[in-house]
Design a protein around this ligand. Structure first.
Ligand code: AMP
Ligand code: MG
Length: 418
């Protein structure tokens, strides 16, 4: 089935005034996921996508053990008043107590120590009186307190991770806790990108009249690197059909996705559009959004194509709103990776007309226990400083009109724990 067949049957598909949510849906409905799998050491699996199920062959923890430093006792020994117990010895993490604990006896235990045979409850050391031989336990203890049970974290035979899981530091630790040293992951997505434009100079060149330094390849490099894809920077390609054709063909041969910037509007030198259509199947969209109206999505050979606008802010916005999710899906992720929308208070009025989704650049800050947002200065799609100053996108929904000061609105955080 062609891309056009796939997307044109989507409800509300209109290439000349495509809503953001529809464009996202259209892209996702066309994508397939990477199938190739490779084995990597756990440490190298960070940021990768799991391609196997992880089933524990052991319990974690492997034994019942103490959660606190204190004394392991038999709860049935404890009286309503104080209880005196004989201290038999000590158990440390990794150095279990060998004997059995009988009535009226206890063992000094350190966090992580295996619960000595016969004991079921741990009394913390801070509330206990001891002379090294006899221990006095105050009343008011609860049965089984301060004990961590075998399999409480991970249970033998019960699957913990599924194919498609994104491997973060927590997952690496979890896999390591099972004693597993190597895992199967999806191969990295291969992504090529280039910038188009006769006005673009590269770093190291002297700016001639009318030229600008190419910044899009640098923002793309940054955004793609963080997604953990294998990337190929193909440089700047002139607004020249032969050069563009060569670039598209070589990029699409060896990559899963190709990203370009510029040349998708209706300007005279915008050959990119024509060429994309000639070489593969490409859909041109006017998306009801700001910034970032024109965009192309298509396929050349086996590679998905994202023809982003040229304006630097539009590149970043369309990347985050469409390309990011598409690449994560292509990579094989199955968790819900949509960027969350958080509701905060607008500290100022913001101009907005209904009929398009806007992604203004905002600064989220805390004032008197309340999270508020204000816009960075100028919001032009060429003002990259607005991105650098921002820590969030202010997402003004399609139907929404102007925002008054004090009104709630939604934001997407640009960075969190990374
Ligand atoms: P275009 O979409 O090709 O018409 O470009 C729109 C605007 O973005 C023009 O002002 C371009 O000069 C600018 N632009 C395009 N590509 C880049 C780039 N790689 N780096 C910086 N600015 C760019
Ligand atoms: Mg151009």
């Amino acid at each position: 089935m062609s891309l056009l067949d796939t997307v044109s049957c989507l409800d509300g598909y209109d290439p000349n005034a495509l809503r953001v949510d529809k464009a996202r849906q259209a892209i996702l409905s066309c994508l397939a996921q990477v199938k190739d799998v490779e084995a990597v050491q756990v440490r190298h699996a960070l940021g990768r996508i799991l391609a196997q199920e992880i089933v524990p062959r052991i319990n974690v923890p492997a034994h019942d053990n103490t959660a606190m430093d204190g004394y392991a006792v038999r709860y049935s020994d404890l009286a309503a008043a104080e209880t005196r117990l004989e201290e038999l010895g000590t158990a440390l993490a990794g150095k279990p107590f060998k004997g059995k604990v009988g009535a009226g006896q206890c063992v000094r235990v350190m966090t992580g120590a295996v619960m000595p045979a016969g004991t079921d409850t741990v009394v913390i050391q801070e509330i206990v009186k001891t002379d090294g031989k006899t221990v006095v336990i105050p009343p008011g203890q609860k049965a089984k307190q301060n004990v961590r049970y075998a399999g409480e974290d991970l249970k033998l035979g019960v699957p913990v991770l599924q194919p498609g899981a994104w491997l973060r530091p927590a997952e690496l630790g979890l896999i390591a806790s099972l004693g597993i040293g190597e895992v199967k992951v999806k191969r990295r997505l291969r992504v090529a990108f280039f910038a188009t434009g006769d006005e673009l100079a590269s770093i190291g060149e002297k700016l001639k009249e009318g030229e600008v330094y190419d910044s899009n390849r640098y923002t793309l490099h940054g955004m793609l690197s963080r997604l953990g894809v294998e990337l190929t920077d193909m440089g700047v390609v002139r607004d020249d059909p032969a050069a563009l054709k060569k670039a598209f063909l070589s990029a699409s041969e060896k990559h899963d996705a190709v990203i370009t910037t510029g040349g998708v509007s209706v300007g005279e030198a915008d050959f990119v559009k024509q060429l994309m259509a000639e070489l593969g199947e490409v859909l041109f969209w006017k998306i009801a959004m700001r910034p970032g109206r024109p965009m192309a999505f298509g396929k050349i050979g086996g590679a998905f194509l994202f023809g982003l606008p040229g304006n630097p802010v539009a590149v970043m916005v369309t990347f985050y709103q469409f390309v990011r999710d598409a690449l994560l899906h292509l990579s094989g992720r199955t968790d819900d990776f949509a960027i969350p929308l958080l509701q905060v208070i607008s500290s100022e009025k913001i101009r907005k007309v209904p009929g398009r989704t806007e992604y203004q650049r905002g600064i989220l800050y805390k004032e008197k226990d309340e999270w508020r947002v204000r816009i960075t200065g100028q919001q032009g799609s060429g003002v990259l400083r607005s991105m650098a100053e921002a820590n969030c996108f202010i997402v003004l929904e399609h139907e929404r009109g102007a925002v008054a000061a004090g009104e709630p609105l939604q934001v997407q955080l640009m960075e969190a724990l990374a």
